[in-house]
Design a protein around this ligand. Structure first.
Ligand code: SF4
Length: 460
């Protein structure tokens, strides 16, 4: 009999029961909650008179609606205010730990879980948010769920799910200078398409991932969903354990050694059979940028828009056959659960250090959490940004989906480190070009789309 994939091992470990139709009742280890998808689920729980089954396995944060300036005295629209206050009331009522605005552990739900050590290898993790896939970087089965499923987990700590098919994407060799994990995932989505992962859970394997930091792995897993997959994971290794050690909620003392011994068993057997396999070479990947209105409509930054008839071109006001290098941009957004971590800010700061923001560019640099902001201050990143004409805002989802006031105006081009370039995602009529923090940094300095490989040397 063939060995097992890590995905199947984790599924088996958490499968409480298999129903007659083949679906599984899956035990959920961690449930992350935020203000947008939880109110209806809490209301449903109350309506049915049910308690929150395991509040100690849930954590809540505010991220989608909150402003990224003036959080101490927040100005929010009526809808955002309502969602934020409902979350607070519900967390108090049901005994859920809440890291609200200005709390030292507040931040985007998929940033705080890993940085606080709440996300741990081998877990099943859910949240009413599709980018829950981010936590797969730790070798977890992490996926987004709908509102009725959020209620199901609140009531039972279990979830009814179909076992996914397995898809291994192996990327051999390493990324070259100036090319980042964001470029890697944009490349994979460009090559495979936005529906390639439908029905699958992905495992990312190979030297490119083994040599990648945890934050890079999070960026990649975050966008597994943009390939249509339920989620994506990377088997844990020494890089994972090193990242986790000492984090607030990570096991400590003898518990740490025991946990690491268990985590070391989390890998796909060498003879495991996957339902689908694809292999790529990291060394041929260039910095990537999107030209269209889904993350698969990308190209190498020095490439040309393909010969297509697509309404995306009308929306973006671009033409087939043209290149993007040299094109003027008006906005830059660095942040989100894809690229709002300290390494992303370091990457941005490395490029802008000793340089100046281009006149006419509005740049929003938004840390993914309070801890990221604190670290950025302590490392001198904020000073570098300020000296170059940038400002570090307060944490939140911000212009990733423009639920607060951080909206890109209609018709303006924004180089964005977020994960979705859908029509109107960053504001009605906004034109989003997805790219890495490095590409965003060179665009902010030059005021134009620029190849980040031209800026790999720090400014003397
Ligand atoms: S940063 Fe964007 S993708 Fe991530 S949780 Fe917030 S809105 Fe969703």
């Amino acid at each position: 009999m063939a060995g097992k994939t890590l995905i199947d091992k984790l599924w088996d470990q958490h499968e409480v029961k298999v129903l007659e139709d083949g679906s599984s009742v899956l035990y959920i280890d961690r449930h992350f909650i935020h203000e947008v998808t939880s109110p209806q689920a809490f209301a449903g729980l109350e309506k049915r008179g049910l308690p929150f089954f395991r509040p100690d396995q849930a954590v809540a944060t505010m991220d989608h609606n909150i402003p990224t300036t003036g959080q101490a005295n927040p100005m929010m629209g009526p809808e955002s205010s309502l969602q934020v206050s409902r979350l607070k009331e519900n967390c108090e009522k049901f005994g859920i730990p809440l890291y609200g605005m200005t709390h030292e552990w507040n931040g985007i739900v998929h940033v705080i879980g890993p940085e606080l050590g709440i996300t741990q290898p081998g877990m099943t993790i859910v949240c009413g948010d599709s980018h829950t896939a981010t936590h797969g970087a730790f070798g977890t089965l992490a996926f987004g769920i709908g509102t009725s499923e959020v209620e199901m987990v609140m009531a039972s700590q279990c979830l009814l799910q179909q076992r996914p098919k397995t898809f291994r994407i192996t990327v051999n060799s390493q990324l070259t200078t100036g090319v980042t994990p964001k470029d890697l995932i944009l490349y994979l989505i460009w090559k495979l398409g936005t529906a390639a992962g439908t029905g699958y859970f992905l495992e990312f394997a190979g030297e490119a991932f083994r040599s990648m930091s945890m934050e890079g792995r999070m960026t990649v897993c975050n966008m597994a969903i943009e390939m249509g997959a339920r989620g994506g994971l990377v088997a844990p290794d020494e890089v994972t354990f090193e990242y986790m050690k000492g984090r607030e909620f990570a096991p400590k003392g003898a518990g740490w050694d025991k946990a690491v011994a268990e985590w070391k068993k989390l890998y796909s057997d060498s003879d495991a059979l996957f339902d689908r396999e694809e292999v790529f070479d990291a060394s041929v990947i260039s910095p990537m940028i999107t030209w269209g209105t889904n993350p698969g409509q990308g190209m190498p930054i020095d490439g040309r828009i393909p010969d297509v008839t697509d309404k995306a071109l009308d929306y973006m006001q671009l033409r087939s056959g043209e290149g993007l290098l040299g094109m003027e941009i008006q906005y830059v957004f660095v942040g989100s659960c894809t690229n709002g971590r300290i390494e992303d800010l370091r990457e941005f700061a490395e490029v802008v250090k000793g340089r100046k923001k281009a006149a006419g560019v509005t740049a929003w640099i938004v840390p993914g959490s309070q801890l990221v902001a604190k670290q950025a201050r302590e490392e001198g990143i904020e000073k570098i940004l300020n000296d170059a004409g940038f400002e570090l805002r307060e944490p939140g989802c911000s212009a990733c989906l423009a639920m607060n006031d951080d909206k890109i105006p209609a018709g303006k081009y924004c180089v964005s480190t977020s994960n979705r370039n859908f029509q109107g995602r960053q504001g009605p009529g906004a034109r989003t070009l997805l790219a890495s923090p490095r590409t965003a940094a060179v665009a902010a300095i030059a005021g134009r789309i620029t190849d980040p490989r031209d800026y790999t040397q720090p400014n003397p």
